[in-house]
Every structure is written in C-alpha cells, then in structure tokens.
Design a protein around this ligand. Structure first.
Ligand code: CMX
Length: 421
C-alpha cells in the first residue's frame, strides 16, 4: 500500500519521537487520581489511553482529527479512513489511488463465504461477522511480517496493508452475511466499473437501486467510523492488538464487543423498540400513549435504547445528521414519525426519571428507522452495518498506535478486599 506508506513514514518517526520525549521529560507527571467510584464504575473518565484519530467531548460530540463530524457528512468512507490515519484531507489523486487498492479486495474469498454458509441458520449476524473476520486471519501480512522477524518500528507497515484489506473486505463479508442469513438469494459480486466502497457495499447488499440508498450507506459508514479510544469496541481492539495480535484478530474481538446491547447492538434494540411501539398502538401513538409506554418500560428496569451516553451530555451530532438525511429525502413512514416523537418526549421523561446522566439521543436512535425505510427490515443486521463502519476507525487507531510502537496494555487489578483496605 505504497501511497499510504509514503505518506506515513515520516509521521511514524515523528510519533515515536514525540512519545519517547513525553516519556523522558514528563514520565513521572501525575494526570489525576483514580477514585474508588471509577474503579467500581467501569473506569469512567480515567485518562488512560491515547487516541490520535478522534475525540468526543461532552458538550459537542465527535470530532475526527479535530474536525466536527457535522462538517464531514459529505465525505466518503475512503476519505474518512485517510483523514483518520494521516490527519490530513486526501487529495483527489490520493483518493483515486486508495480506491484502486481497496477495490482489489471487495470480492470476498470463497472460503469465507463457505464458512459463513456453514454456520447455523439462527446464528446472530454479529457472530457471523466475527467468524468471517477470524476466517480471514490467514491472510494477515502483519502476522507474516512478525514471523519473519520484522522489528517493532516497521510493523506498522504491514498493519496498514492488513487494515486496507480488512476495511475493503468488510462490505463484502457483511453483504454476504445479509444475503445468506436472511435468504436473499446468491451472494452478489462487486461492481466491475466502480471503485467506490459505499457504492459497492450498497450494490452487494441488493436492498435498493435508489441513489439515495447509496447516499445513506455512505453517510452511515462515515458517521459510525470512529468515536475516540475508550468505547468498548475501540478499547477491545486496542488491547488485543497491543499483544501484537493482527488486525483480523483485533477487529473480530472488537465486533464481539460491538455486539453488546449497551454498545452497538443498541441500534437493533432501538428499532425493536420503535416497532414494538408501532405494533402496540397500530401506528404512531399519541403523546400520552408513548409517555405511558416509556414509563412502563423504565419501571420494568429496562433502558430506552438509543438514549444516554457514557461521555456525551447533548444530542449526538450523528443523530442530528441522520435526522437531516430523513428530512432531506422526505422519509415519513410510521417508524420515522415514531423516532421523531420519541425524540420529542423521551429526553423529558428520562430527566424526570432522574437516573440517566444524559437524557439525549445517541447515534443509534435514528439510524435504524432510515435503513428500514429503504427495505432493510432485518434489524438483527443493523449492528453489522455499524461494524463495517467502525472497522475504519479501529484500524486507523491500531495503525497509529503501532506507528508509535505502543506497548502491551497491562493495568493493575485489585480484589474487593484490597480495595476495601
Ligand atoms: N434508559 C434508561 N436508563 C438509563 C438510560 C436509558 N437510555 N441511560 C442510562 N440509564 C441509567 C443507567 O442504566 C444507570 O442506571 P443504574 O444506576 O441503575 O445502573 C443510570 O442511568 C446511570 O447511567 P449513566 O451514567 O447515565 O450511563 P452509563 O455511562 O452507565 O451508560 C449507556 C451509558 C449508553 C450504556 C446507557 O446510557 C444506556 O444503557 N443507554 C441505552 C443503550 C444505548 O443506547 N446504547 C448505545 C450507546 C452508544 C454506543 O456505544 O454505541
């Protein structure tokens, strides 16, 4: 992947120098203290990770390389990858080159398709995604380079190659899962006359020929790509790859974390919630009906999917972008209307309920109703769409960490008795 290698070689040296200088000059500086509440509370807010690719603030949300996500809603997934990994906007020539390399890998190896076909018919699509990636691990150039004795300062190069291969293969793996798992007919081959990643993904899914469907797939892949380093999927791939496991292992593990209902599966759960509401009330409920329904759910100890966030304290800008897409394309079916009504009522209810620190919607609250509107009604699949996008950020973070020659992750654990003392 010479075009990226050329771009990143100087950067890799600079990153390693910066890291070494920080360690040497400030290695003993104290960043803060860790409270018992943080140890018992999922390490919330403990500053313990480096992430160069993106940041998430409580009052604004996602910035990719310091650019607010709402300023990036017109770019492609390829541009997103380039920006995440290099910190710069790609030129037209760089993008064209990158697309050519990606396009080599849109067709998924037959053994991966066969592996997916061999899985039981009731396998969760996310389990299939993790397995599909693990099956591809034998393709890893990173592992081959390590086995041949590549030094730690050069390993990032084979990690770039694996990342490109993995990101480019994800749409084909995901589309194959969609078609196999939901009896959609034969797996569809990639386009021969178009190198664009999201166009190929939209085509291989076989859901719709509408130009705005392609636009939604593109937007979806950009918006979910990265969300700094501390979320479950990013931290999982960071920890796994810190052991020098290659990107296929690391992203497969991250997908298993993304499959959790408190993380990526929330978009599936969100649409299930919307459909439950629609079925219960035979359409769009009144405000009173939805309020009562929401309270019953909360009293039952269930969360409202798509609402709340560990970091954000405002409406997720990615939710805003999806709502904007629905409005631009005049999507107004019952699910979309219920999504709007939930947004109108649920924040107030969650505030009154008084538990959630953030009553506002996250990215998952709107995306499902849009996919559904285009005919992708199998909501068990939605987290796979998320995963295809998130792999872009996970790989970018891993490449940058490998450029820095980051060490193996090994925090200290305590027993409850030790903590008590
Ligand atoms: N509905 C009901 N209760 C909620 C809630 C919601 N949407 N969000 C938070 N709460 C509750 C928590 O369950 C917690 O209750 P307990 O004290 O009984 O355990 C309390 O409010 C405090 O939680 P918090 O500090 O506000 O939120 P956390 O950082 O612990 O968790 C998150 C964040 C996202 C897991 C949580 O808001 C949630 O479960 N939301 C619904 C699921 C969801 O949308 N997940 C997707 C997140 C985006 C992503 O990662 O992809």
């Amino acid at each position: 992947m010479s075009i990226l290698h050329d771009k990143l070689t100087i950067e890799a040296g600079e990153l390693r120098n910066k890291r070494t200088a920080l360690l040497k000059e400030h290695g003993d500086k104290v960043l803060g203290s860790v409270t018992v509440e943080q140890v018992l509370g999922g390490m919330r807010g403990v500053p313990a990770l480096i992430c160069e690719t993106s940041s998430v603030s409580a009052d604004e949300g996602l910035r990719i390389r310091n650019i607010p996500i709402l300023e990036l809603t017109d770019i492609s997934p390829e541009e997103t990858f380039w920006l995440l990994v290099t910190g710069e906007r790609a030129t037209a020539t760089e993008l064209e080159e990158l697309r050519k390399v990606f396009a080599k890998y849109y067709a998924v190896p037959q053994y991966v398709v066969d592996t997916l076909k061999a899985m039981p018919k009731d396998s969760h699509p996310m389990a299939m995604l993790s397995v599909g990636l693990l099956a591809m691990e034998r393709e890893s150039e990173f592992r081959a380079a390590y086995d041949k004795g590549a030094g730690k300062d050069s390993l990032w190069q084979s990690m770039v190659n694996d990342s490109v291969r993995l990101i480019a293969s994800m749409p084909g793996i995901a589309a194959a899962i969609y078609r196999i798992r939901f009896n959609k007919g034969e797996v569809i081959a990639p386009l021969t006359d178009d190198n664009d990643l999201s166009n190929n993904f939209a085509h291989m899914l076989g859901v719709s020929d509408d130009a705005s469907w392609k636009e939604l797939v593109r937007l979806y892949l950009v918006l979910h790509s990265d969300h700094e380093g501390g979320n479950v999927s990013a931290m999982t791939s960071y920890v796994v790859s810190s052991a020098l496991s290659d990107p296929f292992y690391s992203v497969s593990a991250a997908m298993s974390g993304l499959a959790g209902p408190l993380h990526g599966l929330a978009n599936q759960e969100c649409l299930r919630f919307i459909i439950d509401v629609r079925e219960q009330f035979g359409g769009v409920p009144t405000d009173e009906q939805l309020t009562e329904y929401t309270w019953n759910r909360l009293k039952n100890g269930q969360v409202i999917p798509g609402y709340g966030h560990a970091v954000l304290r405002v409406t997720d800008p990615r939710f805003t972008a999806f709502i904007g897409f629905g409005e631009k394309h005049n999507l107004q079916d019952d699910n979309v209307q219920i999504t709007h009504k939930i947004f109108k009522l649920v924040p107030g209810i969650l505030q009154e309920h008084g538990k959630a620190k953030n009553p506002w919607p996250n990215v998952d609250a709107a995306s499902g109703s849009l996919l559904y509107a285009y005919g992708m009604t199998e909501f068990d699949f939605y987290t796979v769409m998320f995963g295809v996008s998130r792999a872009i950020g996970l790989c970018s973070q891993m490449v940058v960490n490998r450029m820095m020659a980051s060490p193996i992750v090994r925090p200290k654990s305590l027993t409850l008795a030790e903590l008590g003392r």
